[in-house]
Ligand binder design. Sequence first.
Ligand code: AMP
Length: 201
Amino acid sequence: MARLIILGPPGSGKGTQAEYIARHFSIPAISTGDLFRAHVKGRTELGAEAGKYMDKGEFVPDHVTTGMLRLRLQDGDAAAGFLLDGYPRNAAQVLALDELLSSGRHAVDVVIALTVGDDELAARMLRRAKEQGRSDDTESVIKRRLELYRDETHAVVTSYTERGLLVSVDGTGEREAITAAAIAAVQAALERGSVAGPGRD
Ligand code: AMP
């Protein structure tokens, strides 16, 4: 049982790392970006609304994002823990998540911060744009997304640092080595915490 969050700028590889880390702890990786992209692809009403913001690199309004996450966390697979990827992204979402989790039995155990330098980030995102053809990976949109991360998501890092929940992991180098470092950091933090229990291998 582990309730984890992964933070990292766009292009830091957090989506990929989230999948591997979540698999290790036998919990689902829940990415708000992926949930939005599924809605866009499925041409739902929510997808049409979210897509307008995503294509500009802007945040989707908090109430839309939090509403979608609330529903996802009610799915059975999230009952035994989860790794959130891409949420919370600003100070208001930190509070919204506190509220979401306090109405259930959950609380956040560990927050992973993946760190990667700015130049490396921009290069990686442009490469990904070519490979995956994501409509929000153009140069101006990338710039805006990095800007928002710096301006808005910094408050999230500060907030979890103050709570003593943050572990920093260097996001440069081999994928496997980064995953191993993240898992080790989470494991150590979980063991330091008071919530011991089986099923955390
Ligand atoms: P990501 O895949 O996490 O980079 O998210 C892609 C896009 O989805 C972002 O640029 C935002 O437009 C939107 N998005 C994802 N998560 C959030 C969130 N927590 N709050 C607001 N917008 C979000």
